[in-house]
Design a protein around this ligand. Structure first.
Ligand code: DGI
Ligand code: FE
Ligand code: FE
Ligand code: FE
Length: 188
């Protein structure tokens, strides 16, 4: 496998400085959460470091991969906000050489969540939302919840994301809604 320095070099080829710095903060936050909830720290750090690797890959490259590599063609109606997790893992496998299925799954799910999430999935999902540069009310509330409960923090993040999408006239990807429904059912 690649060393951390090699991975960082690959990340810098695909990301601008601001997005790269966000990835470093999510790596650090993920390691903290893994320590707190007794999960695999290195795995969590790797998923956090790479979670947005594919965020700035050109749309033309995405369209080719979605069309030629066996993805659901309904994805073509979305954009990089949705693609960089679920399709992004294709680039991470092929360009960075990551093979750990648990790490790839956490990255795949980091934007939409999934109806059943592993603790590692939740760590990546939540770390992205509560890394230290995040200052909005919902982000502060999720950070507070994450002191004691990953699932509470996950639900707060989902509620905020859905509220944001609806209030700004954005299309909701079905899996985002399925994640929300599953979490609400677990809560009630
Ligand atoms: O990549 P980041 O900005 O660090 O964070 P992220 O991967 O959680 O992406 C957040 C963005 O994705 C945010 O602008 C909302 C958007 N998003 C999340 N769920 C959906 C979505 N966009 C659409 N159109 N539909 C969704 O269901
Ligand atoms: Fe992201
Ligand atoms: Fe997120
Ligand atoms: Fe992110």
């Amino acid at each position: 496998g690649l060393s951390r320095d090699d991975i960082i070099a690959r990340l810098k080829e695909r990301l601008d400085d601001a997005r790269f710095e966000h990835c470093l903060r999510v790596e650090k936050t993920s390691r903290k959460l893994a320590k707190r909830f007794d999960e695999d720290i290195d795995r969590a750090g790797l998923a956090g470091l790479l979670h947005d690797y594919a965020k700035q890959i050109p749309v033309t490259e995405y369209r080719q991969v979605i069309q030629n590599e066996g993805f659901d063609q309904a994805l073509l109606a979305y954009g990089r906000g949705i693609w960089h997790g679920m399709v992004g893992v294709w680039f991470i496998e092929h360009e960075v050489g990551i093979t750990d299925p648990l790490v790839l799954q956490a990255i795949e799910r980091h934007t939409t969540g999934a109806p059943t999430m592993t603790p590692l999935d939740e760590i990546t999902f939540v770390a992205d939302f509560i890394e230290p540069a995040r200052k909005l009310d919902g982000e502060v509330a999720a950070r507070k919840a994450a002191e004691t409960s990953l699932s509470d923090a996950t639900l707060i993040e989902l509620q905020n994301t859905l509220t944001y999408l609806v209030s700004t006239n954005k299309v909701v990807y079905p899996q985002t809604l399925l994640t929300y429904n599953a979490l609400i059912r677990q809560t009630n």
